[in-house]
Design a binder for this molecule. Structure first.
Ligand code: URA
Length: 256
């Protein structure tokens, strides 16, 4: 089993245990698998107003604070629909398709732009230099990478790390939108202009979008600078930290 597969499995297991704990189960019976029924639905508080985004085929998702998870499309369904994708020219240059990693029931989802060289080689998002910085940000927020979910707008590396082109974003972003709707997190962080503009269907610059919450189908979305931009200009770090403090506050307020 590859490292990213192991991490996906650990993320899934952690998410399942968290869901059990949320619904009041504080122990597991020592019975063979399948001998006990799964607990009834998770706590519901608010509905998601939107239909599936971007032409996605996800069934109507329950609200950001709960609902019937069993009615939602799973990440496995989306991954298998994506298959050995050749929907755009980026397929020709890839080593690995980079789907996403982390907790499928994450309360916090990070969306980046597209895989770079390291990600293409390892099949996991945000593992290169920008990824190390993102990991530090996640840890400074009090989480680990396996607590959250991380994915990108495009799943294959653009040549020479160029920006993804419109037809590539168009062919691929529906899968990212479906991933977000399947996870149904409490908060989304859009890393950089591509993620923010794709999720919010806007052309507004990241400098104008960042710093406040926007609505993504009922889920608060915080755009912020991409970690690669912080590697080029360290003075942006304090803005990102201000944005992440707002995200942490929203998540903390929610659990009270
Ligand atoms: N930059 C991104 O936007 N995504 C990655 O996975 C890595 C670098």
């Amino acid at each position: 089993m590859q490292r990213h597969e192991r991490q996906e499995l650990l993320g899934a297991l952690r998410g399942y245990l968290e869901e059990l704990a949320d619904s009041g189960v504080d122990g597991l019976p020592l019975e063979p698998a399948g001998a006990s029924a799964p607990p009834a639905g998770v706590t519901a508080t608010a509905p998601v107003s939107a239909a599936s985004p971007g032409g996605a085929t996800a069934p109507a998702a329950a609200g950001p604070a709960g609902g019937d998870r069993s009615q939602r499309e799973s990440l496995e369904d989306i991954r298998s629909d994506l298959g050995e994708c050749r929907r755009c020219g980026l397929a020709d240059g890839r080593t690995n398709l980079v789907f996403g990693v982390g907790n499928p029931h994450a309360r916090l989802v990070f969306v980046g732009e597209g895989p770079g060289r390291d990600e293409d080689l390892q099949g996991e998002p945000f593992v290169g230099e920008a990824g190390k910085l993102l990991t530090k940000i996640i840890e400074a927020m009090g989480f680990t990478r396996s607590d959250v979910y991380i994915c990108n707008v495009v799943k294959c590396r653009p040549p020479q790390n160029r920006d993804p082109q419109a037809p590539e974003v168009e062919a691929c972003s529906t899968f990212m939108l479906r991933q977000v709707m399947a996870i149904n997190p409490r908060v989304i962080v859009a890393l950089g202009k591509f993620a923010a503009q794709t999720l919010l269907a806007t052309k507004a610059p990241i400098t104008r979008l960042r710093g406040s919450f926007h609505d993504f189908h009922g889920i608060p979305l915080m755009p912020t600078f991409h970690p690669a931009a912080l590697l080029r200009d360290a003075s942006l770090k304090r803005h990102v930290w201000e944005d992440m403090k707002q995200v942490m506050k929203l998540l903390a307020d929610e659990t009270q």
